[in-house]
Design a protein around this ligand. Structure first.
Ligand SMILES: Nc1ncnc2c1ncn2[C@@H]1O[C@H](COP(=O)(O)OP(=O)(O)O)[C@@H](O)[C@H]1O
Ligand SMILES: [Mg+2]
Length: 308
């Protein structure tokens, strides 16, 4: 692929993370242009028919800047496989596995990665009584950006949970709340780029803490015992490899420092389409590792593929 090749950036889409994808897309377009690529964008909210037509003639590669449903779960990847257009990030299977938190956790656990205990229940079971002893977290099985995540510190908090507000999958994950700190690791190919600690100024790392400047302090590199830094990065690499991911991924963790050694490190999830907005963690870790944003984006385009 040469820098004069045309790249199509897929952005927007129909998921709850549409607005974040538009910001990711904008940042990616400007980086690609600065590398000399010809760039076209397609908002995949359009009809499938139009999307397919706009992908013809096929570009050298598609940069997938989508997040969430249909963009991160293997669906758009399947379309690109059918059209035989190389695309960035993970393929069909890895994307689908990572997006479904219970399935991904089953695989992570089989590789010896510590994950929080959970149960999959329906809405009635949540309304009936505590599914786990509090504190616990109620979360959708296949969303992102903290959409739908609710922390139940005590049984009384359950009254906040409203049946009619639940707009997500019928399967609901109820997960043991892990006290402590919030960590994240970017994997780029075969390499973990470092560990960032996130300190939200209030409550937990919710949607606002993720996307509004100043709501969360990022500490990079995180100030952690060496063993914890090591295990966190090792878990991220193993998770990436085990699901068969490609390009970049970002693994989210909790770390309970009251537990000895690294036994308080828990992998929450692996994101196959992590945010690339100006406030996002992946570009920040890349910069810290000496990789500029355009270099990162260029690397991702060079690693685009299909049919493998
Ligand atoms: N088991 C848990 N213990 C403590 N905090 C949690 C737990 N699960 C989720 N959270 C909080 O909610 C945030 C979002 O959860 P996560 O599982 O990463 O879903 P999302 O895909 O929405 O990012 C986490 O970054 C963390 O702050
Ligand atoms: Mg997360």
């Amino acid at each position: 692929m040469t820098a004069s090749s045309e790249i199509v950036v897929l952005t927007g889409g129909v998921s709850s993370e549409r607005d974040i994808s538009l910001i990711t897309g904008k940042a990616v377009v400007s980086a690609l242009k600065s590398c000399g690529y010809k760039v076209r964008t397609i908002d995949t909210r359009k009809s499938l028919d139009l999307v397919v037509r706009e992908l013809s003639p096929p570009p050298f590669a598609v940069f997938n800047a989508l997040h969430g449903r249909f963009g991160e779960d293997g669906v758009i990847q399947g379309l690109l496989e059918l059209l035989q257009i190389p695309y960035t990030h993970s393929g069909v299977l890895a994307s689908a596995l990572a997006m479904d938190k219970p399935t991904a956790k089953k695989i992570f656990k089989s590789e010896g990665i510590r994950c929080a205990e959970h149960r999959i229940v329906d809405i009635q079971q949540i309304l009936d009584s505590d599914v786990l002893p509090p504190p616990y977290v109620i979360k959708p099985v296949n969303e992102g950006s903290s959409f739908g995540v609710q922390i139940i510190k005590s049984t009384a908090d359950l009254s906040q949970f409203k049946n009619e507000d639940w707009a997500f999958d019928k399967r609901i994950m109820v997960e043991k709340y892990i006290e402590g700190r919030e960590l994240t690791v970017t994997v780029m190919g075969e390499r973990a780029l470092g560990v960032t600690e996130l300190r939200p100024t209030k409550q937990f790392y919710d949607f606002n803490a993720k996307y509004i400047e100043g709501k969360t302090e990022h500490i990079l590199p995180a100030d952690l015992p060496n063993r914890v830094t090591e295990i966190t990065q090792q878990y991220a690499l193993t998770a990436h490899k085990t699901l068969g991911c490609r390009g970049i991924t970002r693994a989210d963790f909790r770390y309970d420092e009251k537990k000895p050694g690294a036994s308080g490190v828990y992998l929450l999830e692996l994101n196959t389409q992590p945010g690339l907005t100006p406030l996002s963690l992946v570009p920040e870790q890349a910069a810290h590792a000496g990789i500029s944003f355009p270099e990162l984006i260029n690397w991702m385009v060079e690693n685009a593929s299909c049919g493998d």
